[in-house]
Design a protein around this ligand. Structure first.
Ligand SMILES: C[S@@+](CC[C@H](N)C(=O)[O-])C[C@H]1O[C@@H](n2cnc3c(N)ncnc32)[C@H](O)[C@@H]1O
Length: 178
């Protein structure tokens, strides 16, 4: 039996972030989250994906994007997290350099268009291939009180939430959908 699992993009993301330094570390630290002034992005479906496949998404406030880190090259077993501290096992981090270059982000669904989704709060580069989309379902996906290992330890030692903010502040408000 093969241990290769074929995947192909079902969509491509159009985002305001051309380079890694522009992209936020996670959707929850996207610039403007507190004021609601968050850049929009578009998930544009490939031509041969039937429209029925993304029917019924409109009622969901958030969706999961499962995507390929297509601009990552190679990976190491341990990485130095941007929030500081010692190196950590790559699978205990959200590093874009992983044994399989897969990422997932829960983004806000703003609108469903004919062959695209308008979303907000993305941490992905423009052109990122989207491999799958799933609805974000709070009863299944939200565990707000869960322990977060070494991240909790750093937060406790610093006396604050250590999530890194945007590396380079966004200059213009303009982006897809604006
Ligand atoms: C820390 S990862 C987190 C991504 C996702 N939320 C996750 O947890 O899997 C976010 C960073 O990945 C990098 N990135 C975004 N899109 C990428 C792509 N298509 N290829 C390679 N790196 C990418 C950017 O530097 C961005 O700041």
């Amino acid at each position: 039996m093969s241990n290769i699992y074929p995947c192909r993009p079902i969509a491509y993301l159009r985002s305001p972030y051309a380079q890694r330094i522009d992209a936020p570390h996670q959707p929850t630290v996207v610039q403007g989250t507190e004021t609601g002034d968050v850049a929009q992005a578009r998930v544009e479906f490939v031509d041969d994906l039937p429209g029925e496949a993304f029917a019924d998404l409109a009622g969901f406030e958030r969706i999961w994007l499962i995507f390929a880190f297509d601009r990552s090259q190679g990976w190491k077993a341990q990485v130095k997290p941007p929030r500081g501290g010692p190196k950590r096992g790559v699978l205990a981090t959200r590093s874009p350099h992983r044994p399989n270059p897969l990422g997932l982000s829960a983004v806000e669904l703003v609108a469903v268009e004919a062959r695209a989704l308008v979303v907000r709060g993305v941490d992905l580069l423009d052109g990122t291939p989207v491999l799958d989309i799933k609805p974000y379902v709070p009863y299944a996906d939200a565990f707000a009180q869960s322990r977060a290992g070494w991240i909790d330890e750093i937060d406790a030692s610093q006396g604050r939430h250590s999530a890194p903010g945007p590396k380079r502040p966004r200059k213009a408000k303009a982006g897809p959908g604006h």
